[in-house]
Ligand binder design. Structure first.
Ligand SMILES: *Cc1c(COP(=O)(O)O)cnc(C)c1O
Length: 368
């Protein structure tokens, strides 16, 4: 386990709130926090300007931002974000999972959106500082966590179209309940045929708010068709699997081989995806990262060659896919028995994250 405490390049000033949520109220929230509804008492912030670079790193009371109505983020969508979690282990200590990978990805997203790149050590330190300030908000019930949402916005007051000269980075935190409160249940996903998520040379590999804005209409179509997530195909041939709106995709063959779409430049490189690939290989599964067509999936299910499918990402970890639906077809059987390989991988990953299994890759960083 890495407990690296290298000095960050900027020291954080800490201004605690005079009005923390009373203990009783916080305890009530932690009993059933849901997802993304409640926020902790503090937030982390670091400002950036072209002249000064990153400066004024701080922990401050959680609260509304003051933005000039001409702030660039409000007009041209110059925004990127991350998502990771803090886990309370049985001994009370608090850990996070592969934060350097999220920090490096935030840098890649920043590059694509012409935003300033935050040094990875400052990224990790911002999370450590916030979690230390709001330690009491890290829940301890099984499969719960404190979800961390780092993000960067352009906030220069200027309507000209160019990269902003001022930006701000924040981290907010929100307690998260067990994603599958009643046991892991397979979901139905909707194949979007009218919309795509990302094209070659676009922003698909960056974690930016704009990608999510564009996925909301197809997501509504999914809901209208009884599905909870959307599957997007490639934008050129409308044929190859890419990913869901916010999760990567895997198929499992009868012989145990895992298939996942190769990172094509328009797919978001998930930390969960990379971790699943590693765990699966260690368990003796072949893993193929390649182009997979929608017909490969449909025919594979029909012939019995593809026996499981799942989606993965930080929020839900690993979600079995019970059914794939489109305008004129449905494949898979929602009532099929729970998927063996999917659930074994999910269990191993969550065991590592929650400290129930050895951290043999050094994926965990202690925060408190
Ligand atoms: C965040 C995200 C994922 C999952 O990434 P993780 O690092 O595993 O949480 C997958 N696809 C998209 C589009 C995402 O935004």
């Amino acid at each position: 386990m890495s407990t690296d405490t290298a000095q960050p390049s900027l020291a954080f000033s800490i201004k605690r709130t005079a009005h923390p949520r009373p203990d009783g109220e916080r305890a009530d929230i932690l009993v059933n926090p849901g997802f993304g509804k409640y926020f902790t008492d503090h937030m982390a912030a670091i400002d950036w300007s072209a002249e000064q670079g990153w400066h004024d790193a701080r922990i401050q009371p959680y609260g509304p931002l003051q933005l000039d109505p001409a702030s660039s983020v409000l007009h041209y969508g110059q925004e990127i974000f991350e998502g990771l979690k803090a886990y309370r282990h049985a001994d009370g200590s608090v850990w996070t999972f592969r934060p350097e990978a999220n920090g490096a990805r935030l840098q890649r997203s920043a590059h694509r959106l012409a935003l300033p790149e935050l040094p990875v050590d400052l990224f990790v330190e911002s999370i450590r500082q916030l979690v230390q300030a709001d330690q009491a908000w890290v829940p301890s019930a099984p499969e719960t966590s404190l979800y961390l949402r780092p993000f960067t916005i352009a906030n220069e007051s200027f309507l000209g179209v160019r990269a902003a000269q001022r930006a701000a980075y924040y981290v907010i935190a929100s307690p998260a309940g067990a994603y599958f409160a009643k046991g892991v249940a397979p979901v139905s996903i909707w194949l979007s045929s009218d919309y795509t998520r990302a094209g070659r040379g676009g922003t698909g590999a960056a974690k930016c708010g704009g990608n999510y804005a564009a996925s909301l209409l197809p997501q509504q179509e999914a809901y209208a068709n009884g599905c909870s997530q959307v599957l997007f195909l490639d934008a050129v041939e409308n044929k190859y699997l890419e990913e869901l709106g916010g999760m990567n995709l895997f198929l499992v063959r009868k012989d145990g081989t895992l298939l996942t779409p190769a990172l094509s430049g328009s797919i978001l490189e998930g930390v969960t995806r990379a971790s699943i690939i590693q765990l699966a290989r260690d368990r003796g599964h072949a893993v193929e990262e390649r182009r997979i067509s929608i017909d490969d999936w449909r025919e594979g299910v029909a012939s019995g060659d593809i026996v499981e499918a799942f989606a993965c990402g930080t929020a839900a970890v690993v979600t079995p896919i019970g059914q794939l639906k489109g305008h004129d077809f449905a494949v898979g059987d929602l009532d099929a028995p729970a998927d063996k390989v999917t659930l074994a991988l999910r269990q191993e990953l969550t065991d590592i994250q929650h400290g129930r299994a050895p951290d043999r890759y050094g994926w965990l960083t202690r925060l408190a």
